[in-house]
Design a protein around this ligand. Sequence first.
Ligand code: PLP
Length: 381
Amino acid sequence: MLPFIRSDLAQLTAYTPHPSSTDGKPIESVIDRLDTNESPYDLPRELKQKLAWIYQETIETNRYPDAGHAVLKAAIAEYINESANLTQGAIAPAQISVGNGSDELIRSLLIATCLGGEGSILVANPTFSMYGILAHTLGIPVVTVGRNSEFEIDWVAAQAAIETTDNPPIRVVFIVHPNSPTGNTLTNAELEWIRSLPEEILVVIDEAYFEFSQTSVVGELLQKPNWVVLRTFSKAFRLAALRVGYAIASPEITAVLEKVRLPYNLPSFSQAAAILALQQRDLLLQSISLVCAERTKLIQALSQYSALKVNYSAANFVYVQSNHPTQANKFLATLAQQIRSRGTTLRLLSGGLRITVGSPEENARTLARLESAVKSCESLS
Ligand SMILES: *Cc1c(COP(=O)(O)O)cnc(C)c1O
């Protein structure tokens, strides 16, 4: 370890979205990437041309980007208000903060709440790994609780953890709605628990998959001074390459997020792309119904395997577990490796396998690979 590097970083491993091959096959052998929940659909050609024109004619590359993101924030606020069930009032642009992906916003939230020994965070596993990873890079302790067989948060354990953790106390609870990797939306019991959390605790509700689930807590946000909703353009809006995410919160929380972020966090091109995507949302979001129809087909096809336990999903991925009585994890690891060697990458987690819903062609190829891979895993009995 380099002598000038913080000692606690030695134990950390870098986040690898596409882990390098474990079966000796080079990465080029992978044809279908169903491991990072991207949209299978690139931007339509006419939108790419429009964006190229915007870049050519309106972006001066010698100038810094708009550091206030004014046009983008106004467009995001309009989109939220159109899609949210706000009984009174509206989300204002001053309640939006934009990040270089929602990952940046997660880090800003951690910096603003827990840095310097002031707080710990709480997550319910399995969930999005980035909260824990980013917390650890900042030296912030992570308290974990589990979920039941329906993947509901063990909120009794979570509540106990909040009441007993000090030095430093839990300052932030991170929740994904619908959860990744498991695909389930928040139940009424979970929502009641979240509503009961005291105002000293920041509740971050990550709605990265909102456009697929069409369920949101934004309608309650105006009454909740300690809630933040995160969204992203990386999934349904098909802009993962350009890294745009946003937070919706009170003006006070938003002001702090603006304070801790880097001034030019979002390139002009990314801002232009997100604005265009919002203007063209009717066209872009047409892909949602295709993805959801493919999700239904995928779940049906996977459910035919007695070796697999397939879960319902409100997002653009399906979480599959093993029914193997003794070697569930080994079965899934072998299965993932076999499918990968045939050309599809999936996300292997401890306890399950997450399959992103791809295009009809990607899904058909993947199901064929799964069929032959399951056969070769049958010896594991
Ligand atoms: C994909 C995903 C994000 C998106 O991250 P970006 O940095 O905006 O690409 C955020 N949260 C969860 C739970 C996700 O699955």
